[in-house]
Design a protein around this ligand. Sequence first.
Ligand SMILES: [Zn+2]
Length: 591
Amino acid sequence: MPTPSSDDAFAEVKAKVDLVKVVQEHVRLTKRNKDFWGLCPFHQEDSPSFKVNPQMQSWYCFGCERSGDVFTFVELIEKTDKRGALQLLAERAGVELKKLSPEQKERSDSRKRMLAMLKLAAQFYEYVLWSTPAGEPGRRLLASRLVKEETARRFQIGYAPAGRGFAEYLRAKKRSLADAQEAGLLRRDGTDFFAERVVIPIRDERGQPLAFTARTVRQDEQRKYINSPETPAYVKGRVIFGLDLARDEIARQGHAVLMEGQFDVITAHGLGIQNAVASSGTALTDDQVRLLKRFTDELLLVFDADRAGRQAAQKAVLLAAGHQMRTRVATVEGAKDPDEFLRAAGPDATKRWEELAARAPSGFEFGMEEAAAGLNLSNANHVELAARRLREWIAQFPTALQEEYRERAKRWMGVSGHLLAAEPDERRNSGRPNASKVGKNGLETLPVGKKMTVGRYLLQLLAVRPVAFDRVRTKITPDELDEEDRGIYVRMLETYERGGVFGLEKELAGYPAEEQDLIRRAWAAPPPNVDEEVAVELAERIRLDHMKGRHSGIIRELSEAERGKDSERVARLEGEARELARAIADMERRG
Ligand SMILES: [Zn+2]
């Protein structure tokens, strides 16, 4: 039962805090008439049904039907109880709470002392770095990494001198060494935890230091980086490095650039990429994605170029998809990480960066490329392996996305639908009919003798007149063919390239049965006209159909982007659609 005095405290706090401001730290709100609207932080949704009424200081979600005032909001969002919410809000409003239990009071005080101590440490280290001779090794390290003072100061980078510098400073200031120990700043023997290291504060999205990460300046030191231990103030995996500095630019650009290392972010900001942040010290976590989701719906992932970095990028794509966030993945080439890439680019850094970002495929496409990396998609065994990997990749996405992704994977790789359908046991679970006619190489059995499509006509013609490949292959690429024609087309082309006009006869026995069947039928009963001119015409028609298909795909994507009010994507898609429409018109005029 709340005591009268705590009722007073609730009323006093409520009078002093603004619900809209509190909510805005967690949800992007848009004003409509006199209310504010945003995506509900308590259930997953794509369009805003979470409403804040500033007059009543109340909120309501039309989706999950949760509602309440500022206390219930904080209770739910911070996963605390009513008392905890009161404490947090009182702290913010500067209201003294008299009725805290002794342990609550102790916990709140100890947290406050810890945060103050971390702030003090950051100031001390920064002072040592720039204003004392002891900071020289730190200044040299930053210079070698091309970090300018102005940038370093924005991140409040500092230097921890050798020995007991910080302890002595605290003694002089008559501050508690125990607090510093608890905050992970001093060892038990009083030496500085970060001695002889460049220290970088890890701050929350409001700029409060919660911990440090520190890089050694010594050549002989084995551990390049060390981090603060976890404390009541710092839980690894809940902080996004650089978010306090990047949040405005993220809002302006509509996306965040997510990197792995602190120095990646520092270098990026120094070069004007001010929407860059890092997951900082851990693989990206669900909590971190949720935190980012408060500020944006799109992440550009720029991870290290090695295998571990590429795997981390794939995990991040999936995590983000789980929160309905879009991703793109940029790959730094010729450098081990974004920091090195940007520094190596020197004065061209901004330009190189923009090129890199423009080339970045969507997170899903990136995963497809990874699945097929190192495989030869004209080799049947490889096709099967790639398809298995693609299936596994798609299966990790939210169910709502899987159907569309399967479609895209089919187009991308030219694998039959059955090959990319869910695994048999998944299929049973979801009540799908069993795929029947999958050939031994995994490709769908060709419906031989069924209706003659343009692609089928071309294949028959090429079987009879392989020399037509010389011109056909300059007109179309395999991915412009329908997926059921693509495998055999590529196989025949390879055969032609290896063995010329007689190659097919020699290699036919190695073809899958259904493809052999198609070719033998063509030999036995050739299509009406097998001129090279006809082959070229067929190829052009295939090309045109493919372009039209792509065009309508872009139009579909465009309406989705418009619904999502993603103006950057809308502009890009409109440009693509225009260009494609022009090319289609050109081709139709010529043809
Ligand atoms: Zn809701």
